[in-house]
Design a protein around this ligand. Structure first.
Ligand code: ADP
Ligand code: ZN
Length: 757
C-alpha cells in the first residue's frame, strides 16, 4: 500500500533474501522513484480494492528494495485504515498515509552507541543489525525495541589487548552502550573504543533512551469521590476489567466531575497494566486537564497532536509502541498510534464538531475511536454534559450504555439562566450590550467576582460597508464578507485567510472615510466593555489573540489567580474550563448559531450555549447566565432557560425521526468543485442525472453550496439521504462510477456530514 490516492495496494515480488510480513514498512520502486509503502493484507473492500493476487503476470512484477527499520504497522491499525477508507470512500493509501505519518519512516534512528560486532558474536540472529541496500535493517518486532543485541561469545577475546578485552567484557551483558559510557565502564580511553569500531570489532547499535514517560501512578491519592461519582466510576472500572468492547456514555451536568470519574477508569486500566487513550477536541486548550491529570496520577501523560516537534513525535511514537507511554492524551491523529495493548478509549466532549476532520480524509474521530476500540476489544467511553443526538440515539437503541451524574460536585448549583429580550431592553445605539447585562456585570465586579462575555466571532466587525454607496467588502476568492480585525488594521476572509489593509476609501465609489463596520466581533465587544468598565482588568480569549497552548495556559492561570476581572471570548471560552471565581456569563448574541440553520443548528447552539453557561458558578458562589436574544420564545432559548436539555433533545428527535434525518437515517454529501462555474454546473447536473433512487433512498440537489465559491473554486452540493438500515457507501460507489469527472473538477465525499457549507 503506497501513501497515495491509488484505488488499492500494488503487487511486488519479494526477493528471496527479504522476509516480509504484513505491516512491514518497505521501500519499493514506483516509476523511476523509490517509495515507502506498507506490506498490506486484509480483505477487499466493496470496490474490490483489497490486498491479494491481482493477477499481475510474474514477469511484470518489480521487486521490493528493502525493509525499513521501522516497527511494523500493527494489524489493528491496518484494519482501522481499511475501515476508515471503506466507510469514508477515501483511497486507502491516503488513509494509510495518516498512519504512516504517525509511523514516519524517519523514526529509524541514528545509532547512538556500540555493541559487539556480529562477526564476533556467536549467533547472527535476524534481529541483529544488518545492512541491506545501504539501510540498516533490523528484525521485525511489533512492539519491542528492534535493535536487540546478542550476547558475545567467549571466543573472540583471545589475541586482543587487555584494554580491548575489557571493552568486550563491558558489553558481555548484550546491552549496547554509548561510546562514553563504554570507555568509562571498561576503564579505557575513548580512542580504544573508536579504534575497535574502525577495526570492525564493534558494531553501531541503538542505545534505548531512558523511558521518556514516567508511569502514571493509579494509586496516587486522588479526590474522594461522591457516592454518585463512585458508582459511575465502578461501572467504568468494571468495563475495563472485562476487557471487552463496549461503549458507555458518561453524561453529567457541567461541573459534576466527569473527568475525575473517567480518571478512575484510567486507573483501573493502569492497574491491569494496559494502555489508555484520551481524545480531546482541542488539545491546545487543555492545560487545566493536564494539570488535573498530573495531580491525580503524579505525572504528566504523553501528549499527541500535529504540532509536536518531529523529535518529540518520534520519542512518543516509540514509547507508545513499546508500552512505555501508558496514557496518551491527544487530538484526532492519536487514533493511529501503535498501542500494543489498548485497554480503554475515552472521547471527552464527544459532542464537539472539532472531532470531525473536514479536509483530506473526511472522518469523525469520535466514531472512529469507537471503531478503534472495537478492533482492540477495549471499552470506549464518550463523555459530555451535552451529548450529541447521535450518541443519545445509540443509548436509546440499546447499543450504548449510559451513566449519568445529575448534580454538580461539592454542592455547587447549576447557574440560573435568563434571557434578555433585545426588543424590550435594547442596547444603546451603536452598542451591543443591553442594560440588564451591563448592570449584571457591574454587580459582579463590585462583588469581586469574574464575568465572561461570549461572542462566537473573531475580529472587530463581520461586515464592512460603504456608507456612501452601500458597497460591501467581500473576499475576492470566496463567497464571504471580509471581517475587520482592527488591532491588525486588516480585513480578513475567515475561509481562505486572504487579508488586505483597511482601505482609506471605498474601492467601489472612491468616497473617503466612508467604510463603516457593521455588527460586533469580540474586539468590538472588548472596546465597549473597556468604555463601560475602564477599571476592570480584561482578557480576550480568541484563537487569534491566544495562539498556541502556552498562551492558553497563561490565560487560564491568570484567570485562576484572579488577575482578570472580565473575560471576553469566542467559542474557546466554552471549553471545559474550571474557573471557580467566575459567576456571570453573558452571551452577546445567542441567536447567532441559529441563522442559516442547517440540520443541527439548534442542537449545536444548545450545546455550545449550555457549555458556556456551564462555566459560571462552579464553586461556592452561585452563577448567573444572561442570554441576549431577539427570539426568547425560540425552543433553544426556552430549553436553556429551563435547563431542560433532555426535553429539547426529545423534541429534536421527534422532528428528525419522521423524515429519516440523522441519526434516524443516513446522509452523505457530494461536494462538486471546479475552477469554472460552468464545469461545476455541468458535473453537478450529470451527478443529478445519474442519481440513485429506490425505496428509502433520496437525493437532494444539485444546489449551489452556501459557500458557492471557496478559494476560487466553484462549489455545488448534492445530498444523499437513506433510511438507517441502508448503507450509503455501496450506493455512492455505484453512483460515482457512473460519472466521469472532467479535468480541473473534483467530487469530495462527506459521509455523515457535519458542515453543510
Ligand atoms: P465536568 O467535567 O463534569 O464539568 P470536572 O471534572 O471539571 O467536571 O469537575 C469540576 C471540578 O470539581 C474540578 O475542579 C474537579 O477537580 C472537582 N471535583 C470533581 N469531583 C471531585 C471530588 N470527588 N473531590 C474533589 N474535587 C472534585
Ligand atoms: Zn476567502
Amino acid at each position: 500500500m503506497l501513501p497515495y490516492p491509488f484505488p488499492g495496494p500494488f503487487d511486488y515480488r519479494v526477493p528471496a533474501e527479504l522476509a516480509v510480513q504484513p505491516g512491514d514498512v518497505v521501500l519499493v520502486p514506483l516509476n523511476r522513484r523509490e517509495e515507502v509503502g506498507v506490506v498490506w493484507d486484509g480483505v477487499p473492500d466493496g470496490a474490490g480494492n483489497g490486498a491479494g493476487d491481482h493477477g499481475v503476470p510474474e514477469r511484470k512484477l518489480r521487486s521490493l528494495i528493502a525493509v525499513l527499520d521501522t516497527p511494523r504497522m500493527r494489524p489493528d491499525v491496518r484494519r482501522l485504515v481499511d475501515w476508515i477508507a471503506s466507510y469514508t470512500l477515501s483511497p486507502p493509501g491516503v488513509v494509510m498515509a495518516m498512519a504512516l505519518r504517525v509511523v514516519s519512516p524517519d523514526s529509524s534512528r541514528a545509532p547512538s552507541g556500540w555493541c559487539v560486532a556480529e562477526a564476533l558474536a556467536e549467533s547472527g540472529s535476524p534481529e541483529s543489525g544488518r545492512v541491506e541496500s545501504g539501510r540498516l535493517k533490523t528484525g521485525p518486532s511489533e512492539s519491542g525495541p528492534p535493535e536487540s543485541v546478542q550476547p558475545m561469545s567467549g571466543h573472540p577475546g583471545s589475541g586482543l589487548t587487555p584494554a580491548r578485552r575489557r571493552v568486550l567484557a563491558a558489553l558481555a551483558d548484550g546491552l549496547p552502550r554509548s561510546a562514553g559510557e563504554l570507555a568509562r565502564v571498561a576503564g579505557v580511553g575513548s580512542g580504544v573504543v573508536r579504534a575497535m569500531a574502525q577495526a570492525g570489532l564493534l558494531a553501531p547499535a541503538m542505545v534505548p533512551s531512558r523511558a521518556p514517560f514516567e508511569p502514571p501512578n493509579p494509586d496516587h491519592p486522588g479526590p474522594l469521590l461522591s457516592t454518585a461519582q463512585a458508582e459511575a466510576a465502578a461501572v467504568l472500572c468494571h468495563a475495563v476489567a472485562g476487557g471487552e468492547f463496549s461503549v458507555t456514555l458518561l453524561d453529567g451536568v457541567t461541573g459534576s466531575g466527569k473527568t475525575e470519574v473517567y480518571f478512575e477508569g484510567i486507573a483501573a486500566c493502569l492497574r491491569a497494566g494496559r494502555q489508555a487513550l484520551v481524545l480531546l477536541p482541542e488539545i491546545a486548550l487543555s492545560s487545566q486537564w493536564l494539570d488535573r491529570f498530573e495531580s491525580r496520577f503524579g505525572v504528566a501523560p504523553a501528549v499527541w497532536h500535529s504540532d509536536l516537534s518531529s523529535r518529540t513525535r518520534r520519542i512518543t511514537w516509540r514509547a507508545v509502541a513499546e508500552g512505555g507511554a501508558q496514557v496518551v492524551v491527544g487530538a484526532r491523529s492519536a487514533l493511529f498510534l501503535p498501542f500494543p495493548d489498548l485497554g480503554l478509549v475515552v472521547v471527552d466532549e464527544e459532542h464537539e464538531t472539532a472531532f470531525k476532520q473536514e479536509d483530506g480524509v473526511v472522518y469523525h474521530a469520535r466514531d472512529m475511536a469507537v471503531v478503534r476500540a472495537r478492533l482492540c476489544s477495549a471499552p470506549a467511553v464518550l463523555v459530555s454534559a451535552t451529548p450529541s443526538l447521535e450518541t443519545v440515539a445509540n443509548v436509546e437503541a440499546g447499543r450504548y450504555r449510559r451513566i449519568s451524574l445529575p448534580t454538580r460536585h461539592g454542592g455547587a448549583s447549576l447557574p440560573g439562566v435568563a434571557a434578555i429580550d433585545m426588543r424590550v431592553t435594547p442596547p444603546e445605539r451603536g452598542k451591543f450590550l443591553a442594560p440588564p447585562l451591563i448592570e449584571a456585570i457591574r454587580e459582579t465586579l463590585v462583588r469581586g467576582e469574574q464575568a465572561m462575555l461570549f461572542l462566537n466571532r473573531r475580529g472587530y466587525a463581520p461586515l464592512t460597508l460603504c456608507r456612501h454607496c452601500g458597497h460591501r467588502m467581500a473576499c475576492p476568492n470566496c463567497t464571504a464578507w471580509v471581517v475587520e480585525h482592527r488591532v491588525r488594521g486588516s480585513l480578513q476572509c475567515h475561509h481562505c485567510g486572504h487579508a488586505i489593509p483597511i482601505p482609506p476609501e471605498c474601492p467601489a465609489c472612491g468616497a473617503a472615510h466612508s467604510l463603516t463596520p457593521v455588527g460586533p466581533g469580540v474586539e468590538r465587544i472588548t472596546e465597549e466593555a473597556a468604555a463601560r468598565f475602564p477599571e476592570a482588568r480584561r482578557l480576550v480569549m480568541a484563537s487569534d489573540t491566544m495562539p498556541g497552548p502556552e498562551a492558553a495556559a497563561a490565560a487560564a492561570h491568570a484567570i485562576e489567580a484572579r488577575e482578570v476581572d472580565l473575560i471576553i471570548g469566542t467559542q474557546i471560552v466554552a471549553k471545559g474550563w474550571h474557573f471557580p471565581h467566575l459567576t456571570l456569563v453573558g452571551v452577546v448574541d445567542a441567536d447567532l448559531g441559529l441563522a442559516g440553520g442547517d440540520l443541527r443548528a439548534a442542537e449545536r447552539t444548545v450545546q455550545l450555549l449550555h457549555q458556556v453557561a456551564g462555566r459560571a458558578g462552579r464553586a461556592e458562589a452561585p452563577g448567573q447566565v444572561l442570554l441576549q436574544t431577539f427570539t426568547p420564545e425560540h425552543p433553544v432559548m426556552q430549553a436553556l432557560v429551563a435547563g431542560d436539555l433532555d426535553a429539547f433533545m426529545a423534541r429534536e428527535a421527534a422532528q428528525r425521526r419522521p423524515g429519516h434525518w440523522p441519526p434516524y437515517g443516513r446522509l452523505a454529501a457530494l461536494i462538486v468543485s471546479a475552477d469554472h462555474a460552468a464545469v461545476a454546473d455541468g458535473l453537478a447536473r450529470e451527478l443529478g442525472r445519474a442519481a440513485p433512487s429506490g425505496d428509502g433512498v433520496t437525493v437532494l440537489g444539485p444546489a449551489l453550496a452556501p459557500l458557492s465559491i471557496l478559494r476560487g473554486r466553484h462549489r455545488r452540493r448534492l445530498l444523499l439521504k437513506t433510511r438507517r438500515e441502508i448503507a450509503v457507501q455501496p450506493i455512492l460507489r455505484e453512483w460515482l462510477a457512473r460519472v466521469k469527472v472532467p479535468h480541473g473538477a473534483r467530487v469530495e465525499v462527506d459521509v455523515d456530514p457535519v458542515s453543510f457549507l
